[in-house]
Each structure stands twice: as C-alpha cells, then as structure tokens.
Write a protein that binds this ligand. Structure first.
Ligand SMILES: Nc1ncnc2c1ncn2[C@@H]1O[C@H](COP(=O)(O)OP(=O)(O)OP(=O)(O)O)[C@@H](O)[C@H]1O
Ligand SMILES: [Mg+2]
Length: 243
C-alpha cells in the first residue's frame, strides 16, 4: 500500500523579471499591468511513490526542489500540474519555526504548536512532561523562543510532532541543526515510530545518514527525478557526481 503518491507533479513559480527601485515603482507597474514575470519550474513532472513502512530519503543539491516537493506533499503548495495524495495523518516538520511564535515562551509555544497540529490542550497537558523530557529544555521553558538557538527550537518541534504516532512523518533537514546526541535521539524516535507503522520521508544533506537510515531514496536534480532506488545504490551514484 502506498502512503504517498506523487503523480506527474510540476510546480511553477512566477519570478519578477525586472528590479523595481522602490515599492512605489513596483505598485505603479502593477497597476499599469506592466509587471513582468518569468516562469520558473521548481518541480518538473515528478512522480514518486512511498510505500507504507518505508523510510524514504530525498536527496539533491541546493535548489533541486526537495523542500518544494515536501511542501506540495504537505499541502502548503498546490501543484501547478499533477496530483498528490497522502493516506492517513501527516506530521510535517518542514521549516524551522513554522507554527511557532518567537515572542512567546517555549511553554506557550508547546500549546500553540500542538494545537496547530490538531492536539487538544488537555492532551498536551497530559503529555507535557514527555515533551519537556525529550527536548531536554526544562530550564528554558519560560524563555521566549527568540532567545533559543536553532537546535533548541528543533528539539521542541520534533518532540511535539512525534508525540502522537502520525501515519506519515515528513522532516526537512531540521534534524541537521541538532547536536549529535539529539540526532541520535531523533533517529531512535523515528525507528520507534516506524516499528509502530509510521512511514518517514526525510530530506538530508548528510548522505551517510541517509544511506544508513533509509530503505529507499529519491534523488532530485533541477526539479526532476534523476534516480530512485534502494538507498545504497542511489547514494553511491549521487556521491560520484558531486563536486
Ligand atoms: N515560494 C517560492 N517562490 C519562488 N521560487 C521558489 C519558492 N520556493 C522555492 N523556490 C525556488 O525553487 C527552487 C527549489 O527550491 P527548494 O527550496 O525546493 O530547494 P531545496 O532542494 O530544498 O534546496 P536546499 O537543499 O537548499 O534546501 C529554488 O530555485 C528556489 O529558488
Ligand atoms: Mg530545502
């Protein structure tokens, strides 16, 4: 059974073609209907299937479309063409700080972010200790998030997203900002979720980690699928063309 089906997906962004000196000039051009856009395809005809229980890696150079694809899968972007379907509940860990308010404390953000992910305040209260325990940030609970380091924000985001057992967990590089001990902890938590039936889709630039953790890998190049297959084969091919 497939948990994620991406079929012939293309994603086109309109990029402003000329620079405008000021906002006023930009608005004038807009009003006159003289804004010029260039179409840019971040994804071109991408087809990808992720089976239930798979630990699927997504690799590719900067700008190859990985984050865009994750956003299309999570429903942040509607694809210009093609079709995406995801079966079951999905926990997206896509951008660091998405779903957080940096002016609020960590304690407040745990409630805010949990609610965004569909948890009830009562449920969050019941599991609050567990979140604090996993993120190891007990002493910083009443500090505003803007004073946190990026690794600290990632700890909280990961702890909340994996609190319930999602059918699909999508993680975009956010683990990379954690220290090695936290990365090990995240790896363990992901394997634990997988033994409970969760399917994981992970973006990472740490190819060794992808090779070790993933069962299958999709390699994107300039918005297209360059290769898809078992982790070892795809990672080896990717390494050869690097540099
Ligand atoms: N909202 C947007 N508007 C315009 N262009 C965008 C938008 N989001 C992404 N792009 C463009 O799409 C391309 C793919 O970007 P994307 O963020 O998906 O790459 P990536 O593979 O995640 O790269 P990285 O490894 O650096 O995270 C880039 O050229 C980027 O500039
Ligand atoms: Mg990215």
């Amino acid at each position: 059974m497939n948990m994620i089906d991406v079929e012939n997906v293309s994603m086109c962004f309109n990029m402003a073609k000329e620079k405008h000196e000021s906002l006023k000039e930009y608005l004038l051009a807009a009003v006159r209907g003289k804004l010029q856009f260039e179409e840019f395809y971040a994804l071109r005809d991408v087809t990808m299937h992720v089976e239930k229980g798979e630990f699927h890696g997504l690799i590719g150079l900067n700008g190859s479309g990985k984050s865009t694809l994750l956003k299309v899968i999570s429903g942040v972007f509607k694809p210009t063409r093609g079709r995406v379907s995801v079966h079951g509940t999905i926990a997206p860990l896509i951008e660091l700080g998405a779903g957080f308010d940096m002016d609020l404390t960590a304690r407040e953000n745990i409630y805010l972010n949990g609610t965004v992910l569909g948890l009830t305040p009562q449920y969050i209260t019941e599991r609050f200790e567990e979140i604090v325990e996993f993120s190891e940030l007990r002493d910083f609970l009443d500090v505003p998030l803007k004073n946190y380091s990026s690794g600290m924000v990632a700890r909280i985001a990961f702890a909340i997203a994996t609190l319930t057992k999602p059918d699909v967990l999508i993680a975009d590089e956010i683990l990379a900002v954690g220290d090695f001990k936290f990365q090990e902890k995240c790896e363990a938590r992901m394997h634990e979720l997988m033994s409970g039936g969760t399917t994981v889709l992970l973006v990472s630039h740490t190819i060794g980690q992808v090779e070790r953790m993933c069962t299958r890998v999709t390699w994107l190049e300039k918005g297209s699928v360059k290769m898809e297959g078992d982790a070892k084969t795809v990672c080896e091919a990717y390494r050869q063309t690097e540099g």
